[in-house]
Design a protein around this ligand. Structure first.
Ligand code: SF4
Ligand code: SF4
Length: 207
């Protein structure tokens, strides 16, 4: 029989007296290491509903739904941990200072029923009062106002939202905008396409 080498003997004796590297999970609580990438979790307070995380997700683990049929149009973002590969791209590309969605240390993600792996956040959507197109999540537009500051007073939709924030009642009623559009309609809640139409009609470029 081959005799064990000194190094192997040393390792065998050391391992007899050292703690095992593995943990006794699930019998004892496992504490993940500092930079462990576990289940991403939305933070409703910080997320602005822009949808960038859904666009960059390589696994398609984030579903973005714009629900415009009800009384209050909403954008719903749903994360499915059953599909997620925990790459961290959603957090890395989050426009809200990487705080809208964050990877947690949660790793025990077994579920009994389909759909239990999902969690979602919802935000109010703003629709064009002329054509009904989606303009964006209201919270995202408020985030834009904070980014561009006083310049936001020069843009119709942002001006409206500014009035909301300052609790100033708008002189322009928030009702459906009639066609043909007029130049003054640019101060109403209309999408960029309709704003362009309003300019073209007013300049007699388009009838
Ligand atoms: S961690 Fe990666 S796979 Fe999971 S939701 Fe974020 S971007 Fe998608
Ligand atoms: S703010 Fe961040 S978490 Fe929220 S939708 Fe945008 S990218 Fe996703």
């Amino acid at each position: 029989m081959r005799k064990p080498k000194i190094r192997e003997l040393k390792e065998a004796i050391t391992s007899l007296f050292s703690k095992p590297y593995t943990t006794k999970f699930p019998y004892s609580v496992h504490v993940p290491f500092e930079r462990f990438r576990g289940k991403p979790q939305y933070n409703f307070e910080k997320c602005v509903g822009c949808g960038a995380c859904a666009i960059v997700c390589p696994a398609g683990a984030i579903k973005i739904e714009d629900l415009i049929d009800g009384n209050k149009p909403i954008r719903r973002l749903t994360h499915f941990s059953g599909i997620c590969i925990f790459c961290g791209q959603c957090e890395a590309n989050c426009i809200a200072d990487r705080m809208g969605i964050k990877l947690t240390k949660e790793f025990d993600l077994a579920y009994f029923k389909q759909g239990e792996d999902a969690h979602s956040v919802e935000y109010e959507l703003l629709l064009c009062k002329c054509c009904g197109r989606i303009i964006g999540a209201k919270k995202h537009l408020i985030w834009s106002i904070k980014k561009i500051g006083h310049l936001s007073f020069a843009q119709g939709i942002l001006l409206h939202i500014n009035q909301d924030i300052l609790e100033i009642k708008s002189l322009i009623p928030e009702q459906k905008v009639d066609t043909p559009l007029k130049r003054t309609d640019i101060f109403k809640i209309i999408c960029p396409q309709c704003r362009r139409e309003a300019f073209l009609i007013d300049e007699n470029i388009k009838g």
